[in-house]
Design a protein around this ligand. Structure first.
Ligand code: NAD
Length: 294
């Protein structure tokens, strides 16, 4: 049993902390939201009065927060209270630059750290089936792996500090672009009188095959479990896709990479979200491309 502190008990962090409790760990948590604290308490988490108090006896700390500025503020608050040898893992999706700065803060204090964002959404957090993509020193990764495995199905070491965040935004840039490509193909098929099922049957076994088509098909019918069959309820909300595409664009600008389709996808998702669809599943962009509200 490891003493674990968990800061950020929201939609993702709440069920992740609950899975650590189920696995037999002693988990002390903190969140600014009283409702999240109440839920965590009901799940067996000991709720502390502040982030610094939560980490006092922790061997491992996990943070699951909205953005880079929250992670840096929380890490600056908790690092001085941590015992020697403690490991700090950030599972939030944040910009690569902030992730590297967070590692730097831990380094200054001689603490081990890992950036370990996740894929799999709230369902994956609840079912402990997340994929973790980790960046940091190999020994920090080896120490984190048994803990992360209690919250997910796959844990991948992607490289040094920031590599986990880099993998996350590159993957989600592929996803945003490919969903728009699949949506455009279905809209063109409609104009050409080709049925959704016929396009699916061909493309899903041809060179157009991809996850956006075969798992998350943006039209109702061919893949019964896709959000298109459930009124485009998320799933993966358009607001989160937009967040990740913006992070990819920030990273592209900072590193000098050319990502014209990533930039276009970010623009399209911004238009879609600003038109009031930010809470819809990101596959709902097909209705926007078609010019209908679905
Ligand atoms: P959320 O808003 O539900 O949870 C974030 C929590 O952090 C909130 O409860 C908030 O009160 C808390 N918080 C903010 N500042 C704090 C502070 N200073 N101290 C303590 N608590 C603080 O968001 P979420 O959906 O759980 O997402 C968390 C992270 O996971 C984000 O970075 C998001 O991009 C990423 N992510 C989300 C999903 C998803 O499907 N929701 C999927 C993959 C990755």
């Amino acid at each position: 049993m490891t003493n674990i502190a968990f800061i950020g008990l929201g939609n993702m962090g709440g069920p992740m902390a609950a899975n650590l409790v189920k696995a037999g760990h002693a988990v002390t948590g903190f969140d600014l939201s009283p409702a999240s604290c109440d839920q965590a308490r009901a799940d067996g988490v000991t709720v502390a009065g502040s982030a610094a108090e939560a980490v006092k006896d922790a061997e491992v700390v996990v943070t699951m927060l909205p953005a880079g500025k929250h992670v840096l503020a929380v890490w600056a608050e908790i690092l001085p209270s941590l015992q020697k040898g403690a490991l700090v893992i950030d599972c939030s999706t944040i910009d690569v630059e902030s992730a590297r700065r967070a590692h730097g803060l831990a380094d200054e204090r001689g603490l081990q750290s890992l950036d370990a964002p996740v894929s799999g959404g709230v369902g994956g957090a609840q079912g402990a089936t997340l994929t973790f993509m980790a960046g940091g020193a190999r020994n920090a990764f080896e120490q984190a792996k048994p803990i992360l495995s209690k919250m997910g199905r796959k844990v991948v070491h992607c490289g040094e500090a920031g590599a986990g965040q880099a993998a996350k935004i590159c993957n989600n840039m592929i996803l945003g672009i490919s969903m728009i490509g699949v949506a455009e193909a279905f809209v063109l098929a409609e104009k050409l009188g080709l049925s959704h099922q016929a396009l699916f049957d061909v493309a899903s076994t041809s060179s157009g095959q991809c996850w956006s088509l075969t798992t998350y098909c943006p039209v109702p019918g061919p893949v019964p479990t896709s959000p298109a069959n459930n009124d485009y309820k998320p799933g993966f909300a358009a607001a989160l896709m937009l967040k990740d595409l913006k992070l990819a664009q920030e990273a592209a600008l900072a590193s000098g990479a050319s990502t014209p389709l990533g930039a276009e996808a970010a623009q399209l998702y911004a238009l879609f979200a600003n038109a009031g669809h930010d809470g819809e599943d990101f596959s709902g962009i097909i209705n926007f491309i078609r010019g209908s509200n679905g």
